[in-house]
Write a protein that binds this ligand. Structure first.
Ligand code: COI
Length: 357
């Protein structure tokens, strides 16, 4: 693949890099970013690497009024021998295009944008942290930039990729978190945009998330919009339940995000011979399994959240405590194997990693 950016404008000063020990999630950004523009007349043009800087947009830009936008979340990892690895990056660009399709936005050339991203990562390679649990989070996003207040898809867009060195998404690292099942609000409805990675799905969660945080919970668990019965997602993650030796995760139904970590977990479990099923699963069923002593492990999966064990679930005033608030055996094995593959510490039997060079 020979696609190259047309221009690299270097930042006139370079920021001081944070210590790996102080890294949280998503507050520090690197020196450069990737930008590309689209218009109906030209298609995607002028891929370039520029200093990390504010974007100037017309106040009438469609993104500000109708939220026409899509984003991705991916990570670059530093190996012990100083190589930089991406994890299944082609899946992120496929999903970006699926989101664009749902939101009437133009598709990108997946292979080309991956090449541009690699060039950005080469410029920013010193920003990829090396301590355990750290990585360089990659946030590609597309925004609708046409100045037009009529209710129609924009004819102009900007793709931007920014980079942020990160540690753990949750304050307490891989310690099991407490989750409240949300009974009033819903995240996404069937036929809506739930399966797309778009801003509106996420800001729709803030009020429930704030309320749950005030009550001492880290995240909320979302139920389906129709019946408030079936489990959909947890906060920014997909969710898995290990019940009597079998792992269950909600099936993709159009309102659940098709997570790449979710897919990887399913594939790892299958390759280990652990039964895993994707199906509708009700919250009532989960509580019943717990009553019967069959609920063994619960965990969330996501690029930011990696594999995050869940130690407590609250629903209709009832609380269940999972695996004595300890990390389950399968959860730990998934975490170790996934992060081991991502950082090159464990052989990658699935060919998931892609080296940046
Ligand atoms: C990710 O896991 O990459 C996400 O996009 C989650 C983000 C909303 C914090």
């Amino acid at each position: 693949m020979s696609a190259t950016v047309v221009e690299i404008v270097k930042a006139s000063y370079l920021k001081t890099k944070p210590n790996d020990e102080t890294l949280g999630f998503g507050r520090t950004f690197t020196d450069h970013m990737l930008v590309m523009d689209y218009s109906v007349a030209t298609g995607w043009t002028h891929p370039r690497i520029t200093p990390y800087e504010p974007i100037t947009l017309d106040p009438a830009a469609v993104i500000f009024h109708y939220g026409q936008t899509a984003f991705e979340g991916m990570k670059a990892y530093r190996t012990d021998d100083n190589r930089i690895l991406l994890f299944r990056p082609e899946k992120n660009f496929q999903r970006l295009n699926a989101s664009c399709e749902r939101l009437s936005m133009p598709a990108v050339d997946e292979a080309e944008v991956l090449e541009y991203l690699k060039q950005l990562l080469i410029v920013e390679q010193d920003w990829v942290p090396s301590s355990p649990g750290t990585s360089l989070y990659i946030r590609p996003f597309i925004i609708a930039t046409e100045a037009f207040l009529g209710l129609a898809a924009s004819k102009e867009y900007k793709l931007v990729v920014i980079l942020s060195p990160v540690g753990s998404y949750y304050q307490n690292g891989i310690q099991p978190i407490s989750i409240k099942v949300e009974e009033h609000y819903t995240r996404a409805a069937r036929g809506g945009t739930g399966a797309a990675k778009t801003a509106g799905n996420y800001c729709a969660t803030f009020n429930a998330q704030t309320k749950a945080a005030q009550e001492g919970y880290s995240q909320v668990l979302w139920l389906d919009a129709n019946e408030k019965k079936y489990v959909e997602e947890v906060g920014s993650s997909n969710v898995f339940f290990k019940i009597n030796g079998e792992v269950i995760t909600p099936e993709l139904n159009g309102s659940i995000l098709p997570g790449i970590t979710r897919l990887s977990v399913i594939e790892m479990l299958r390759s280990w011979g652990i039964p895993v099923v994707e199906r509708k699963v009700s919250i009532e069923e989960i509580f019943r399994y717990d009553d019967e002593g069959l609920l063994e492990e619960v965990f969330g999966t996501g690029t930011a959240a990696v594999i995050s064990p869940i130690g407590e679930l609250e629903w209709q005033g009832r609380k269940l405590h999972i695996n004595d608030h300890q990390i389950g055996e399968v959860t730990q094995k998934l975490y170790d194997t996934l992060t081991g593959i991502q950082t090159g510490k464990v052989t990658d039997p699935y060919n998931w990693t892609v080296e940046v060079k």
